[in-house]
Design a protein. Structure first.
Ligand code: GMT
Length: 383
């Protein structure tokens, strides 16, 4: 197949899922065209089946807000036409789904039919998407897509609960590349971070409010009174300055390291004993899955789709959102010498259920299904 992938070229979340999906599709022989405003960070290699098309937005004195969505639609039209794409798969509804709808309508006037598949990832539904500034467009473009997927059952339910959507939604969970995310031997690194054999807690995110990182600091402050522990925080974002201050105020800053944005997350996960994800909202929790693949148990909130990944009492524990005391109690259970190896093994076993080699065929199957449903003969009748 000739597939167009539209996504945010970001280090985490939907951008990573879209890029890894495209790479895996290319490995399987499909030709994959990425359409984004800059090169996705994980697309830094040569493969004869991977193409990258940058969306360029010309500046103009009238444009206080550059019309990215229009430039994106125009680029989609160009790529679909010139590279004979079979379908466009857009990740994150805003503004990709509506830009794709516009491209589709333009192409229709030129006798070209292009099916659109939209994958909803999380905050495009649970946070920003339902803001009245966007809701009508999000609703319309979900209903107008030829196929829609969500990354968890929970997000599918949220979509039905929060938008007037009547169409079918397919759940295809996020996946993991077990060749990249696996526990590596990093003893020198472990000794540098935890010279006295302290247990290591890790969190990674884009440091937004929705991640509730303050709960990690509060939980860590409790745990630190009973156990020798260190905390590594990977990532950066709007909450960081406040969090650094909170760690000083709590008197724990000597044991907390803010590592900033890192590419080789799997190296840090390789020395971790617990991964912490206390999010307010989380449609899936890809970062938790990455940790589990590196044999790291997870202490998390019970938000959104996290319970579909982290199984309480097996791969880690779930606590109510904001209950950092419970999180500290449960972390202490996992860290017991006779418990940690069991939780580690369970975490890896669970992560294997999300192996990219298992999930990729589900996307391929879905593509085939949508192509069949919208094939030119049946298409005009259907739409
Ligand atoms: O909101 C974010 O944290 C980024 C967001 C995205 O779409 O870029 O992440 C969401 O998508 C990820 C990949 O599908 C999921 O693993 C995350 O759980 C989800 N984040 C939230 O729902 C907050």
């Amino acid at each position: 197949m000739n597939i167009g992938i539209v996504c945010y070229p970001t280090f985490g979340g939907s951008g990573v899922v879209a890029t890894e999906l495209g790479k895996a599709l290319a490995k399987n022989g499909h030709r994959v065209h990425f359409i984004t405003y800059s090169q996705p960070p994980r697309l830094d290699f040569f493969n004869e089946n991977v193409f990258y098309h940058e969306v360029f937005i010309p500046s103009y004195p009238l444009f206080q807000h550059p019309p990215y969505e229009l430039a994106l639609s125009s680029k989609m039209v160009e790529v679909v036409k010139n590279h004979n794409l079979d379908l466009l798969h857009v990740h994150y509804a805003i503004p990709h789904a509506s830009a794709a709808y516009m491209a589709k309508q333009i192409l229709k006037t030129q006798g070209i039919h292009i099916p659109i598949i939209t994958t909803l990832h999380g905050t495009d539904i649970t946070l920003v998407g339902k803001d009245p500034s966007f809701e009508p467009v999000v609703t319309f473009s979900i209903n107008a897509s030829d196929g829609v997927t969500t990354v968890s059952e929970s997000l599918k339910q949220d979509t039905y609960d929060q938008f007037p959507i009547e169409r079918d939604i397919e759940v295809i969970p996020n996946f993991i590349d077990l060749e990249r995310f696996r526990k590596q031997k990093k003893d020198h690194f472990k000794t540098a971070i935890a010279p006295n054999g302290e247990k290591i807690l890790v969190h990674t995110s884009n440091f937004r409010k929705v991640k509730r990182i303050e709960d990690i600091l509060q939980m860590f402050a409790i745990l630190r009174k009973q156990t020798c522990v260190k905390l590594l925080l990977i990532g950066d974002g709007p909450e960081r300055v406040g969090l650094e201050k909170l760690s000083r105020d709590l008197g724990i800053s000597a044991d907390v390291r803010f590592l900033g944005k890192l590419d080789a997350i799997e190296e840090v996960l390789s020395i971790a004993d617990i991964f912490v994800m206390p999010s307010e909202k989380e449609s899936f929790g890809l970062a938790a899955l990455e940790a589990m693949a590196c044999e790291v148990p997870v202490i998390s909130s019970d938000a959104g789709g996290i319970p579909e990944v982290n199984i309480p009492g097996k791969t880690g524990f779930l606590s109510a959102i904001g209950d950092y005391e419970d999180m500290a109690e449960k972390a202490a259970i996992i860290l017991q010498d006779d418990q940690l190896p069991i939780f580690r093994a369970n975490a890896l076993a669970r992560a294997k259920e999300f192996d990219i080699n298992i999930i990729l065929p589900r996307y391929e199957f879905f593509y085939e299904k949508i192509l069949k449903q919208t094939s030119v003969s049946g298409y005009e009748v259907a739409k």
